[in-house]
Design a protein around this ligand. Structure first.
Ligand SMILES: Cc1ncc(COP(=O)(O)O)c(C=O)c1O
Length: 387
């Protein structure tokens, strides 16, 4: 097995200028936003430093290399045959989804989402002048899953689109091939377009396997996917994602995107994404092994220090969705962890109403920082409020 990825000392990490390291004062451990603490993958670092060395910082010309890189990655990892000609560069996943919603909905149409879900899902439909229809995930003993019955009832009211989170942030669920097949059946029956946000797909951890929505029979006619290397390779600031279609109806729709869409993608993002998706497999395998180890470590830490917290370890992502209801009566335990423990987590309610009493913790860090964070959280859970 590949050795675990290491993390620079905290003082080094604090020299980073990204949101993770600029939002809170230095005495706070930032485990909130979905950025990782590992160094860049060597092929990505080389691609970026070489580009800077040759002053290659102009506009992007993504095609055809980006399409080929996405197709290569999808084929090797998921046996998903992507046609490079049906890959369209976009600035980021958010821009991709909003532009697709503008194309595929009319003002006032309903767009369904399944909370608890990544907060911008609540903003994307309104940004495209559509309205939200919330169809929460079903929660059971084994964790969360799509509520197919509730989705059928919702689809019967004819929303224009459903934005799927595949795998699902923040709960870490990897929807199964059967669940996705049932979803596609409903979408075809009720003529609902599915936009599948697959940004976390490369982060499926040992024990689970990812089904790209467009590999489900019948999906190509009703679905479009948005993929990116930005979560798995920590490239969020470089601004590159890709819309992928698998057949004429959706490909024709994507051709109606505003002409400037591809050109708004970051050139360095495209170069980094090509490097990551073409030459990043070895590093990605080491990352997944490292995240698997952090996930196990978190199981032990929570058992030892915060046994009242309920959670299901994620099948994908480096995010832990922690039900802290048993720790106290407040709906926003994040405030207590921040004020008393100096640990910054995402507040659960940002992910929708079902997130009351939850926090989301980012475990893409070192064993030492994770231990320190949970120790501080345990202290905060019992300590008196500061005056
Ligand atoms: C499900 C999901 N979609 C999209 C994004 C953001 O992607 P982008 O920065 O490419 O818009 C995130 C970031 O964490 C995410 O979790």
């Amino acid at each position: 097995m590949a050795p675990e990825l290491t993390v620079a000392p905290l003082a080094e990490l604090r020299r980073r200028r990204s949101a993770k390291w600029r939002t809170f004062p230095d005495d706070v451990l930032p485990l909130f936003v979905a950025e990782m603490d590992y160094d860049l993958a060597p092929p990505v670092l080389s691609a970026l430093t070489e580009a800077i060395a040759r002053s290659d910082s102009g506009y992007t010309a993504a095609a055809p290399e980006l399409g080929k890189a996405v197709a290569g990655f999808a084929g090797r990892h998921w046996a998903w045959e992507v046609d490079p000609a049906q890959v369209t560069a976009v600035t980021d996943v958010g821009v991709g989804v909003v532009e697709l919603l503008r194309l595929l909905t009319r003002p006032g149409d309903a767009v369904a989402i399944s909370p608890p879900v990544y907060p911008p899902f609540f903003d994307w439909a309104p940004e495209a002048a559509a309205r939200l229809l919330e169809v929460p995930l079903a929660r059971g003993e084994a964790g969360y899953r799509l509520d197919l019955e509730a989705l059928e009832a919702a689809f019967a009211t004819h929303p224009a689109a459903y934005v799927l989170c595949n795998p699902h942030n923040p709960v870490g669920r990897v929807h199964t091939a059967d669940e996705l097949a049932a979803l596609v059946r409903l979408a075809r029956l009720y003529r609902v377009t599915i936009i599948s946000d697959e940004i976390h797909a490369p982060l499926v951890l040992p024990g689970a396997s990812f089904t790209p929505l467009l590999t489900v029979p019948g999906a190509a006619d009703v679905a479009v996917s948005v993929v990116s290397a930005s979560k798995a390779f920590n490239l969020a600031g470089l601004k590159c994602a890709a819309i992928v279609t698998a057949g004429p109806p959706m490909a024709q729709a994507v051709q109606r995107l505003p002409g400037d869409t591809e050109g708004r993608t970051g050139h360095l993002g495209v170069l980094a994404t090509i490097a990551a998706m073409s030459d990043g497999d070895e590093w990605l395998a080491a990352l997944l092994g490292t995240l698997d180890a952090r996930r196990s470590q978190l199981v032990e830490l929570l058992r030892a220090h915060l046994p009242a917290v309920r959670w299901t370890p994620p099948e994908a992502t480096y995010l832990a969705w922690l039900d802290c209801a048993a720790l106290g009566r407040d709906d926003e335990p994040r405030e207590r962890f921040l004020a008393r423990g100096r640990v910054a987590l995402e507040p659960g309610t940002r992910f929708g109403a079902p997130g009351a009493g939850f926090v989301r913790l980012n475990f893409a860090t070192s064993p030492a920082i994770l231990t320190e964070a949970v120790t501080r959280m345990a202290h905060a859970a019992t300590a008196a409020a500061p005056h």
